[in-house]
Write a protein that binds this ligand. Sequence first.
Ligand SMILES: CCCCCCCCCCC/C=C/C(=O)SCCNC(=O)CCNC(=O)[C@H](O)C(C)(C)COP(=O)(O)OP(=O)(O)OC[C@H]1O[C@@H](n2cnc3c(N)ncnc32)[C@H](O)[C@@H]1OP(=O)(O)O
Length: 302
Amino acid sequence: MALAGGVRVRARALLRAGAQFRGPVLGRPEPAAGGGDGTRRFANLRVLVEPDPAAGVAVMKLKSPPVNSLSLEFMTEFLISLEKLENDKAFRGVVITSDCPGVFSAGLDLTELCGQNPAHYAEYWKAVQELWLRLFLSNMVLVAAINGVCPAGGCLMALTCDVRVLADNPKFVIGLKETQLGIVVPFWLKDNLVNTIGHRASEHALQLGLLFPPAEALQVGIVDQVVPEDQLQSTALSVMARWMAIPDHARHLTKAMMRKATADSLIKHRDADIQNFVNFISRDSIQKTLQVYLQKLKQKKG
Ligand SMILES: CCCCCCCCCCC/C=C/C(=O)SCCNC(=O)CCNC(=O)[C@H](O)C(C)(C)COP(=O)(O)OP(=O)(O)OC[C@H]1O[C@@H](n2cnc3c(N)ncnc32)[C@H](O)[C@@H]1OP(=O)(O)O
């Protein structure tokens, strides 16, 4: 699946601006791009990719500090990295994790949702849809190694994965807290949650805007495994090894079959979903609520 129009234009702009894969990363000298030693890492500004072509697996580390919020730039760079891996036959699986201590992702970037114009909201929502669709329909095995708090849009990313492993830390809550912010999850994200934890549990989780700590997250089934923090990466990789043992074509066709109806319901109604979002987010009452919330977040430290 290729990047959608607006996202592709932004991706090109980012690439022109120099956000392409490059080394050195993290100050370590690395072979030049195309060096072909099979071990080099690549990165754009906000996503670090550590490939292991021998295993057919790459680890994507979200590194958009302080909280990996889903800004347009972050989502675009993430999708560029994902597409690069998908186009490379060496890679069949991706572990998604965070490089920001204590936070997997804080979800939608609230500064993108406050005080902007309708065209911006439309572009932003199209990018969110694209992020969800591209992850949800990915041919690759996706394992989320959740090493931090994972609310709302962070949970959206995690829910698209085939497996979620959560580090056992009481601060690392996961869930769709939208109603607590006075906003409503889109129907396709609701469907994604229902497919994961069932209808009744989703009703409770969504209406109450529940954020589940690890033991509860495991019990309700929003994550598949909870492991000690220091075993998160190794567990994610061993889960991945199990999935990689299945022939790709059969696994992927099965995944596509299982997910088609949910994805199609968004694909068929993308424009209407964007219009709904723009109308909703532009309301004075929603803008006020979000602005107060963002202010509170900013004042937390003071
Ligand atoms: C009916 C029609 C359809 C309508 C559809 C409506 C829309 C539906 C959307 C549904 C899907 C998803 C929704 C969302 O994702 S909304 C965002 C929800 N996220 C949150 O509420 C998380 C907020 N953040 C936090 O709780 C904490 O920051 C966190 C626990 C993640 C980390 O805490 P920590 O103490 O480590 O860090 P700080 O709180 O001090 O934050 C550091 C700085 O980062 C800024 N920040 C935090 N979160 C966000 C964010 N989501 N967006 C933008 N900026 C964020 C924070 O303000 C601090 O900034 P400063 O350093 O400048 O103070």
